[in-house]
Write a protein that binds this ligand. Structure first.
Ligand code: NAD
Length: 729
């Protein structure tokens, strides 16, 4: 066998070690499936084998199913569907239930199986462990166990929904399935996911001993008298499911078919014996696979994101490894950048105008680490080691041996120019200089540099330690070395890089501005104020635009508007928007959450934020009956999607995978769509064009289809057909 080795000891216990050659992680692909089925048969039929222990030869136990295999399965399904829909579905059902059937065979066979979980086990790999008759876990706090399928629009199809529902208390179990939440060892034991936690060195021996001691080859649910933790017919069971459905509805507005199917699997499955319950799960799994949501989410949030995380956009040039990074400006962003850089093991020189400001920036890391220690995610030693990597100073000479500089001083061209010149004087020619500007074109800032080809944008999102996206911006003269180092740096700090060309607002903020300004339009039209954020959430946005605007600051919107007018002239901004923002900021001091008042009032906790009552006095209110909810939902999705299409058309975005991934990670664009370009593709170009024209007639010319959309609609094209060939998406 290619992926597994089997050694049987004198007691007849087979030790099966899974170690895929040429892969850093074990995953379930077609060959593994074939071999796993053969192994299960071998253990079952070989009378000299008493039982089997399955473990991994790698650091982790396994990462789950190879989703590219699922993608190709869906390709075959789509092809077959056009010829014979029924046959296509039958083929998909058969292919997608293979793991489930094999594991049921393992579970109901004559031999005892133990999973010796030596490292992280996720998705299908954890489902293998769940089907074993005992699970022994290595005592290592860094291990996580879980079924993250829900995060990519899927559901666990290898028996996961049924075994979790029979093992774990209902509240935690359903949440684990719906949120795809991973568990650390201690919690996993509490939840009944594993039987024992033992020191790593004893893992295999202990697992074998369980078989020697006569472990029964039968799952609890296959034994007489089994009671699942959730009795559907008890008062708690009734309440749990009603409340669970209501919470799901409130949180996802029915946008995620996989989540609804997970609930159905649990509800229906718990009323059935295991074999039938697994068939129910298999049907919902196959159905989920055929939904556009699953297709788009797997592509954007798994395949494309993984490729970008592996440096798909890195040019093939040699660069020095990054050992030392200078961060200039120890304010809100600089402090966060210093933290994530040191956390990745790089030395940081953190500079500000005076020592106090520099130290304050460093103390931000201390605060985060203290919190992590409190939650047992870090230790005092790790904290000291990280803080030792950060030198807080005002001295530019300390930058002399830095490989990379990230500038995060005030958003002011003149200050940034001075800082660039001072840094150039202190650093080697090979040093790459990156600006974290959010609005100033990189090519403009690069004019201050002695080396414009070494000048690039590395645009973080706040809060830096939480946001997973970093936008890399190419100036007109930025060279490959700068890009390679920027991509290396973003990968080193374990975030996802997207690479875009210079443009006002780059990519992500251009889309965000559309989102906010559509909310301003609605406010001005008199759409009942509470509907503005609520409908955005119904459309799938995690944060409503007014809440988002408060969080990023309304005076920042005012600054952006002023700068745009200064650069492009009066006509560049809608006078109604200017009036709205000026009224809030200048007349009422409503600068946003930071001052406790913006579109919302933020009273001290525990009181909750509430919309500023006077907002509805500013504009005459329509009645809710006069507003079409579907129109409001579409306005958000279409205005952002159209902007994303524009960035492709203008060459700001040159890789469509990045437009989709960037919008989801950058500001949470309705994840079930797979991103704005996937949204257009799944809607169909002609449908999208027609609806956009309709919206343009009713709500303004910014909805009018762009020439590219018109052309693609006329040719029956899609973004992923047309642009993905050269990007392997
Ligand atoms: P901030 O005001 O919190 O911090 C700026 C820091 O720069 C201050 O500590 C200031 O003392 C320091 N500084 C100013 N002049 C300096 C000089 N000559 N030398 C050294 N230090 C100097 O601002 P911020 O929110 O951290 O923003 C910093 C940059 O990041 C801006 O370019 C901003 O556009 C960009 N940015 C901000 C956000 C955000 O959400 N705040 C997001 C992305 C990018």
């Amino acid at each position: 066998m290619k992926n597994f080795t089997v050694e049987t000891d004198s007691d007849g216990i087979a030790l099966i070690t899974w170690d895929m050659p040429e892969k850093s992680m074990n995953v379930i692909d077609a060959t593994v499936m074939d071999e796993l089925e053969a192994l299960i048969e071998q253990v079952e039929s070989d009378d000299s084998i008493k039982g089997a222990v399955i473990t991994s030869g790698k650091k982790a136990f396994g990462a789950g199913a190879d989703l590219t295999m699922l993608q190709s399965m869906l390709g075959t399904y789509a092809e077959e569907k056009s010829k014979d829909a029924q046959k296509a579905m039958a083929m998909l059902y058969e292919a997608s239930s293979r793991l489930s059937l094999a594991l049921r065979r393992l579970e109901t066979g004559r031999k005892a199986w133990v999973a010796a979980i030596n490292g992280t086990a996720l998705g299908g790999c954890f489902e293998i462990a769940l089907a074993c008759h005992a699970r022994v876990l290595s005592d290592d706090e860094s291990i996580t166990l879980g079924l993250p399928e829900a995060k990519v629009g899927l559901l666990p199809g290898g028996g996961g929904t049924q075994r979790i529902a029979r093992l774990v208390n209902p509240q935690d179990g359903v949440q684990m399935l719906l949120q795809g939440k991973n568990q650390r060892p201690k919690k996993a034991k509490q939840l009944n996911l594993v039987h024992e936690i033992v020191p790593a060195a004893e893992l295999i021996e202990r697992s074998m001993q369980l078989i020697r001691d006569g472990l029964k080859p039968a799952a609890p649910w296959d034994q007489k008298g089994f009671k699942a933790p959730l009795n559907l017919w008890s008062p708690t069971g009734m309440q749990m499911l009603a409340a669970g459905n209501a919470i799901l509805r409130k949180e996802s507005y029915g946008n995620y078919p996989n989540a609804i199917n997970i609930m159905k699997c649990v509800y229906e499955g718990l009323q059935l014996p295991m074999d039938t319950a697994l068939k129910v799960e298999a049907r919902y799994f196959a159905h989920t696979l055929t939904t556009p949501e699953a297709r788009a989410m797997v592509r954007s949030l798994f395949i494309n994101m993984q490729e970008l995380n592996k440096g798909a956009r890195r040019p093939d040039v040699e660069t020095a490894s990054i050992k030392k990074v200078g961060v200039i400006g120890a304010g809100f962003m600089g402090a966060g950048i210093a933290y994530v850089t040191a956390k990745a093991g790089m030395e940081v020189v953190l500079i500000d105008r005076d020592q106090e400001a520099a130290e304050k920036g460093k103390s931000y890391s201390e605060g985060l680490l203290d919190k992590a220690i409190k939650h047992r995610h870090s230790t005092e030693e790790k904290k000291q080691a990280l803080l030792n990597l950060i030198t807080a100073t005002t001295d530019y000479d300390k930058l002399n041996d830095c490989d990379l500089i990230v500038e995060a001083v005030f958003e002011d061209k003149a200050i940034k120019k001075t800082v660039t010149e001072q840094t150039d004087a202190a650093t080697a020619d090979s040093c790459i200089f990156a600006s974290n500007t959010s609005t100033i074109p990189i090519s403009d800032l690069a004019k201050a540099s002695k080396n414009p080809e070494k000048f690039i944008g590395i645009h973080f999102f706040s809060p830096v330690d939480k946001m997973m996206l970093v936008e890399i911006i190419m100036g007109e003269q930025t060279g490959d070395e700068a890009l390679a180092m920027a991509v290396d740096y973003v990968m080193a700090i374990k975030k996802t890089p997207i690479v875009v060309n210079d443009s006002r607002g780059f990519y992500v903020n251009r889309c965000v501005m559309r989102y906010l300004s559509e909310a301003w339009n609605m406010l001005i039209e008199g759409v009942p104020v509470p509907m503005i954020d609520n409908v955005a959430k119904m459309a799938g946005m995690p944060v409503g635009p007014l809440t988002l605007n408060d969080a990023v600051a309304i005076d920042l919107s005012q600054k952006v508007i002023k700068q745009t007018i200064a650069d492009l002239g009066e006509g560049a901004e809608d006078p109604r928007h200017i009036a709205l923002i000026n009224t809030l900021v200048d007349d009422h001091g409503r600068l946003g959450k930071k001052v406790g008042k913006g579109f919302y009032d933020y009273p001290p906790k525990p009181a909750k934020a509430a919309l500023w009552p006077e907002l509805k006095e500013l504009y005459p209110q329509l009645s809710a009956d006069d507003v079409l909810v579907q129109d409001l939902k579409d306005r958000y999705l279409y205005t952002i999607a159209m902007e994303a299409a524009r960035t492709v058309e203008e060459g700001v975005v040159s890789d469509i995978r990045e437009a989709d991934v960037g919008a989801i990670l950058g500001f949470g664009f309705a994840p079930y769509t797979g991103g704005p370009l996937s949204f257009i593709d799944e809607t169909g170009l002609e449908n999208f064009r027609l609806r956009a024209e309709e919206l343009a007639k009713k709500y303004g010319s910014h909805f009018a289809p762009t020439p590219l959309i018109n052309e693609m609609a006329a040719n029956g094209d899609t973004f992923y057909n047309r642009f993905a060939n050269d990007q392997a998406a």
